[in-house]
Design a protein around this ligand. Structure first.
Ligand SMILES: Nc1ncnc2c1ncn2[C@@H]1O[C@H](COP(=O)(O)OP(=O)(O)OP(=O)(O)O)[C@@H](O)[C@H]1O
Ligand SMILES: [Mg+2]
Length: 580
């Protein structure tokens, strides 16, 4: 007897599922794509436990007859492809006829479907690719597919799945990609009863679709692109360089309305943004490339996430031209003959001047116009959109190191150029307080405050609180403060954390001694350190302090919590400048 044997259909389907169905999000993608292909106007996705325990996809598309429904479970059975030539005429999402049999082979699968006028629908149930059970059911007005216990019969696969929240994010992302490409269809995603994506059809207003999916804060930053050349039509939206992300997650590109991750396409977009974006930042965009289906092979990737262009250069050139043109015509760019950076900075410099003189009038303090170095020769800096750290809130990673210190305002504030040319005002006392707090807390945790070596510091203090302070002697020592009785109401301080050596001891010692717990005591100490008179600091020292801030733990409560007093985006400054 020969060694070679034919695999069973069940096994063949499971092998195919290994490529097509990687995780719950793959099921969401395949079923929602089928719904769109079926002409649905609304697609509803219900998930439970991130799709790990159950996924339902419900559509109001054209549905299937009983005969088709049974056939759809067979491998290589499709209504979307007839012959070889058809492979280069694909306008649907699917064409291989393998998604449904693959999914049904690795889950408990139920499909209920009927055509428009049918009086009864077909219900088909399959457990892990076994024999289908066919029944009558009431018509659902389209198709409903339930996928329960994905990979229940492939434990090795199940092990590779991530936490519920991670799988949920992937599911949301899968639906977002499809929804961006199909504003004419309404998409809804519900998880454990909560509506996470709610995007009714907006066929005439694609901007709204982007806002609904990527966040309404991106909407005002969107620039439209539209470029046709040599049979390639590039259209869609890019966010202005004011609105960027640290990863390429916001870079959505589509070929003939199919989401793709194409290296050539991505790098063409990134190249066009290059001069406008700071290092390490990525653009946010939804770009649609429409080409003749004959000029692109969509059958090169198991999940159809990649395509092959017959002429990649033309596509990339059209793409680069579309993006560059939109960036050049952007409303914040007044003089098209100037390179982006200079145009921005000229306006920026004017706006900063106005801001500083206005702030100066308000505070009544003298202002030295020599102080800020020219911003004209500064390259553009990283941007994170309009996000800015709030009170006691961690800033986006790397926020402070990106700031370029310009000068001091009213001997009270630090003025910096922020990401994308925004005007950032910092409170140096809060800066110092935050850094000291972070360091004190770290040293306290290691017991290093109590163990700190003696310094030459000595101070005496006469206070009616002397007794109470002495009663807290041991706790104080744990926070790095050593006090001894010096007779009467006088105390001798023999040690304080070095950051507090220049402070007014009387202003904080009673408060620290009375602090209810360690956190409160350390926060009083840091507050006092922050309030110490400012000494002149060099640009270099400021740079180091800003870098330290990026490493600081912002979850600890500081009393003077607003490190960033103000962060005005360049666009707002320009709007003010234009108002006159
Ligand atoms: N929601 C639906 N409404 C109507 N018909 C559907 C639906 N889902 C699937 N079908 C029918 O079942 C067929 C098989 O679906 P399946 O997803 O397995 O393959 P496909 O979409 O043709 O190709 P691919 O495997 O590339 O997705 C489809 O060609 C379509 O005719
Ligand atoms: Mg399909």
């Amino acid at each position: 007897m020969g060694r070679i044997r034919r695999l069973s259909d069940e096994l063949i389907n499971q092998i195919a599922a290994g490529e097509v169905v990687e995780r719950p999000a793959s099921v969401v993608k395949e079923l929602a794509e089928n719904a769109v292909d079926a002409g649905a106007t609304t697609v509803r996705v219900l998930l439970s436990e991130g799709g790990l325990s159950a996924i339902a996809v419900i559509d109001d598309g054209h549905g299937m007859s009983r005969e088709d429904a049974i056939l759809s479970l067979e491998r290589h059975a499709t209504s979307k492809l007839r012959d070889k030539d058809g492979l280069f005429q694909i306008r649907t999402k699917g064409f291989r006829g393998e998604a449904i049999p693959s999914i049904a082979s690795v889950s408990r699968f139920t499909m209920i479907t009927s055509e428009a006028d049918a009086l009864v629908a077909t219900k088909i149930s399959i457990e892990g690719g076994g024999a289908p059970v066919v029944e009558d059911a009431p018509p659902p007005g389209g198709t409903r597919i339930d996928v329960v216990d994905l990979f229940f019969n492939v434990p090795a696969r199940r092990k590779f799945l991530k936490r519920e929240s991670t799988e949920l994010t992937h599911c949301e992302e899968a639906l977002t990609r499809l929804a961006l490409a199909h504003p004419e269809v309404g998409f809804f995603l519900e998880h454990g009863g909560r509506l996470l994506i709610s995007s009714p059809a907006t066929p005439q207003r694609p901007r709204e679709r982007i806002a609904a999916l990527l966040g309404s804060e991106v909407e005002p930053h969107l620039l439209e692109i539209d470029e046709r050349r040599l049979g390639v039509h590039v259209h869609g939206f890019i966010a202005s360089p004011e609105f960027t992300l640290p990863t390429a997650r916001g870079l959505y590109t589509f070929v003939n309305r199919r989401y793709v991750r194409d290296r050539g396409v991505n790098s063409a977009v990134q190249r066009s943004f290059q001069d406008s974006l700071p290092p390490g930042r990525q653009p946010v965009c939804a770009i649609f490339i429409d080409v003749d289906p004959e000029s692109v092979d969509v059958n090169v990737h198991p999940q159809k996430l990649e395509v092959r262009f017959s002429d990649p250069r033309t596509t990339q050139d059209a793409l680069a031209a579309a993006v560059s043109r939109a960036l050049k015509a952007a409303p914040w760019r007044q003089d098209p003959s100037m390179p982006v950076g200079d145009a921005l900075n000229a306006h920026y410099a004017q706006a900063v001047d106005r801001f500083l003189s206005r702030a100066n009038e308000l505070s009544g303090l003298p202002f030295d116009p020599q102080a800020p170095p020219s911003v004209m020769d500064q390259p553009m800096r990283a941007s994170f959109g309009t996000a800015r750290p709030g009170i006691n809130e961690a800033p986006p990673p790397g926020y402070f190191s990106q700031l370029k210190y310009l000068g001091e305002l009213g001997k009270r504030f630090w003025v910096c150029e922020g990401p994308g040319g925004s005007l950032v005002v910092l409170d140096p006392r809060a800066v110092r307080e935050r850094i000291v707090l972070d360091s004190l807390r770290a040293r306290f945790r290691e017991g290093a405050l109590r163990e700190a070596p003696q310094t030459l510091f000595r101070a005496t203090l006469t206070t009616p609180d002397a007794k109470a302070i002495l009663a807290a002697q041991d706790r104080l020592a744990g926070w790095g403060v050593e006090v001894e009785a010096f007779g009467g109401e006088t105390l001798a301080l023999t040690r304080v954390p070095p950051e507090l050596e220049a402070t007014e001891v009387a202003s904080w010692l009673p408060l620290v001694a009375a602090a209810p717990d360690d956190d409160a005591a350390l926060s009083e100490l840091a507050f006092a350190a922050g309030a110490a008179p400012l000494r002149a600091v060099t640009h270099d020292e400021i740079r180091k302090l800003l870098a330290q801030l990026d490493d600081a733990d912002f979850s600890a409560r500081a009393r003077r919590a607003a490190v960033v007093v103000s962060d005005v985006p360049l666009l707002d400054l320009e709007a003010q400048a234009d108002r006159g």
